[in-house]
Design a protein around this ligand. Structure first.
Ligand SMILES: *Cc1c(COP(=O)(O)O)cnc(C)c1O
Length: 412
């Protein structure tokens, strides 16, 4: 196999053979023919498995690993992940159904998210999944629904910590937030649960996501465990679980380095020891979405036109922001940067290259997949591949915008 070394850390996951990218071991043009039409998302099953193994190899054996379904809710992928991880975290009735359909034990499913509806609470309690409660009002609603169903809700208190993950791409904790219950309000919530006769199953603390800084992540894990210990002092019984958002990021942009899990694993050994000493029997679990699945997926679109405008080459494709909002730079990015991309059927190192912009078919200047990027020289019919597309891709995109057909998704 001739695999040229890509300059971009986000392109190192996929092998190349005979000038073609291999996804799930299948050359890209053959995969496109098999799928039958473009654009499509393809997720590499072997890479998903390998990634979970790699994370497990760095985590202490006592630490549980959960998959955040919202990162990629494709049912076949969730089914595959369900066999690899210890739990599935969902954030809607739709994701709950997908998780339950995998056949995993409902106690291994947790349901988080602000503003769960009555119907969602009822389905979750009836199914016996764990509710990550996000407010005192939600605790009351869960208790009332549990009474009506004759089922004691399994409740984990989601805490809005008084700190946040530094250098995090998306801040989810610290300050005033719609997520979780402020740490200082937790003692009152524990009394509320007591009064309602609901046993606390644990604490969930999520301080941020998409961090590439091992030190900052380790620090947030340590602080989260300390916070859980402090909050547990007000709990009546033993606390069964402490659930932390892992915060693990993947390299999307030029110059970003891969996250080093070794120091994070070493720090977690200390977290586990600290928990074991203070609260024996409490299990520590990490929750991750993007890191587990993001690098295993590609988005593939076909070049439908090649044109030159005032000296700049544009490759127009049949895919764009309606399928992949994040790659277009419109899903929370402050400054637009290119996701790693390539012409997947022209991967030979020696071919002609040129600087082009890759755009989609939508009538908006926002519909850009790559801006002035050096790629192999491509023409109509060639396949543009956007890497790092296994998380927050299709399900985070406005597929109805302009009414083009939805892309397909395949697990290879
Ligand atoms: C979204 C989310 C995650 C996963 O974040 P990733 O960056 O995909 O790992 C974990 N926990 C909670 C509570 C979340 O909302």
């Amino acid at each position: 196999m001739n695999t040229p070394k890509p300059a971009h850390a986000g392109m190192t996951q996929f092998a190349v053979d005979g000038g073609e990218l291999l996804v799930g071991g299948v050359p890209l043009a053959r995969l496109a023919a098999r799928v039958g039409r473009t654009p499509f998302y393809a997720y590499d099953r072997a890479q998903l498995t390998a990634r979970v193994r790699e994370v497990r190899a760095h985590l202490p054996a006592a630490v549980g690993l959960h998959f955040s379904v919202k990162a990629n809710p494709m049912p076949a992928l969730v089914q595959h992940m369900a066999g690899l991880v210890d739990g599935l975290d969902v954030a809607s009735a739709g994701e709950l159904k997908t998780a339950l359909d995998t056949g995993v034990d409902p106690v291994r499913i947790s349901f988080a998210g602000p503003g769960k509806t009555e119907a969602e609470l009822r389905q979750a309690i009836a199914a016996g999944v764990t509710l990550n409660v996000e407010s005192p009002g939600e605790i009351d609603r869960a208790a009332r629904i549990g009474d009506a169903l004759g089922i004691a809700p399994r409740v984990v208190v989601r805490v809005n910590p008084d700190f946040e993950l530094k250098g995090s791409g998306m801040r989810m904790g610290g300050g005033a937030k719609p997520f979780g219950i402020d740490a200082e309000q937790v003692p009152a919530c524990l009394r509320q649960l007591d009064g309602l006769g609901i046993a606390l199953q644990g604490f969930h603390i999520f301080s941020g996501s998409q961090s590439l800084k091992a030190d900052a992540i380790a620090d947030s894990h340590t602080r989260s465990v300390e916070l859980a210990l402090q909050l547990a002092a007000d709990a009546r019984g033993p606390v069964a679980g402490v659930y932390l958002g892992a915060g693990f990021g993947i390299p999307y942009f030029p110059g970003e380095q891969r996250l080093d899990l070794a120091p994070i694993g070493a720090n977690l050994e200390q977290c586990v020891a600290r928990l074991a000493a203070a609260m024996p029997g409490t299990r520590l679990s990490l929750e991750s979405g993007r890191y587990l699945v993001g690098e295993a997926g590609v988005y593939v679109a076909r070049v439908t036109d090649r044109k030159v405008s005032r000296g700049q080459v544009f490759l127009v494709t049949d895919g764009g922001l309606h399928h992949h909002l994040a790659a277009s730079g419109n899903f929370g990015q402050v400054i637009r940067k290119n996701y790693p991309a390539a012409i997947g059927n022209r991967m030979a190192a020696e071919g002609e290259r040129e600087t082009v912009s890759v755009v989609g078919p939508l009538c908006t200047p926002l519909d850009v997949l790559a801006e002035r990027m050096e790629l192999a020289r491509a023409d109509v019919g060639d396949l543009v591949v956007v890497f790092q597309s296994g998380a927050y891709g299709l399900s985070a995109s406005p597929t109805a915008f302009l009414g083009h057909p939805a892309p397909l998704e395949v697990l290879v």
